[in-house]
Write a protein that binds this ligand. Structure first.
Ligand code: PGA
Length: 255
């Protein structure tokens, strides 16, 4: 992945049927190629697992990358309902979201499981997209910075990451996700600096990998450039505004 290129990752969550996902993927591919945006912005799309192989077929041989919304940290075994990160790698996946707040909140994802997944993803040469962010209650209690610091450190403690590898940290305040209320850019800049410092602290004296911090939470075509214009912010993770190909392209054009 290029150092100075911005990245946009679409998180389609559980919002599209396989037929809808395939249609959106095809439409998006057409529009993305026509707009000639690939030099400026790298795009990855994370469909749900039932749509994943179909979407992979659409993007095969193109410059659009495939991402997974989750994955499990074992190669094979009796793990009912899970999909291995190793299998994802085999099927053309490049990025994997790890520890999205919806997984922490609804599926009991813990710091320990997140740490295991990051470690295993790196072993497979997948690019982990570590998702972190404080809740509204954390923020109200004045604990935002501490929560963010702890999430970075717990996810990455003891992780073996090579200088040649890439790590993406998606900072997504939980209160900003799907709420229509994004964070102010000045506060984002401050928080991103804390994230960067926490990362340097936890990786200790190791040579740093390529790290990109991206923002997520109610990003749309009107506000995206206020985040991506910040030097410390390398892109965005986008839910709602990524579901329709035409609107998603308009958003990417604003970067
Ligand atoms: P949103 O979701 O863009 O709909 O706020 C972002 C996310 O959850 O990754």
């Amino acid at each position: 992945m290029e150092k100075n290129k911005k990245i946009v990752i679409a998180n389609w969550k559980m919002q599209l049927s396989p037929a809808e996902a395939s249609l959106q993927a095809k439409n998006f591919k057409k529009l993305y190629n026509k707009a000639g945006l690939e030099k400026k912005v790298e795009v990855a799309i994370a469909p749900d697992f039932l749509s994943y192989l179909e979407v992979a077929k659409v993007f095969a041989g193109s410059n659009i990358f495939l991402a997974a919304q989750n994955g499990y940290s074992e190669t094979k075994g009796a793990f009912t309902g899970e999909i291995s990160l190793a299998t994802l790698k085999e099927t053309g996946c490049t990025y994997v979201l790890i520890g999205h707040s919806e997984r922490r909140q609804f599926f009991a994802e813990t710091d320990e499981s997140i740490n295991n997944k990051i470690s295993f993803a790196l072993q497979q040469d997948l690019i982990p997209v570590l998702c972190i962010g404080e809740t509204f209650a954390d923020r109200k209690d004045g604990r935002k910075d501490v929560v963010v610091m702890q999430q970075v450190q717990n996810a990455l403690r003891g992780i073996d990451i090579k200088p040649s590898q890439t790590l993406i940290i998606a900072y997504e305040p939980v209160w900003a996700i799907g709420s229509g209320q994004a964070m102010q850019p000045a506060e984002l800049k401050h928080t991103a600096m804390i994230i960067r410092q926490s990362l340097i602290d936890v990786l200790e004296d190791k040579d740093l990998p390529l790290v990109k911090i991206i923002y997520g939470g109610s990003v749309n075509s009107e506000n995206i450039s206020s985040f991506t214009d910040l030097d410390i912010i390398s892109g965005a993770l986008i839910g709602g505004a990524s579901l329709e190909a035409e609107k998603f392209i308009d958003l990417i054009k604003q970067i």
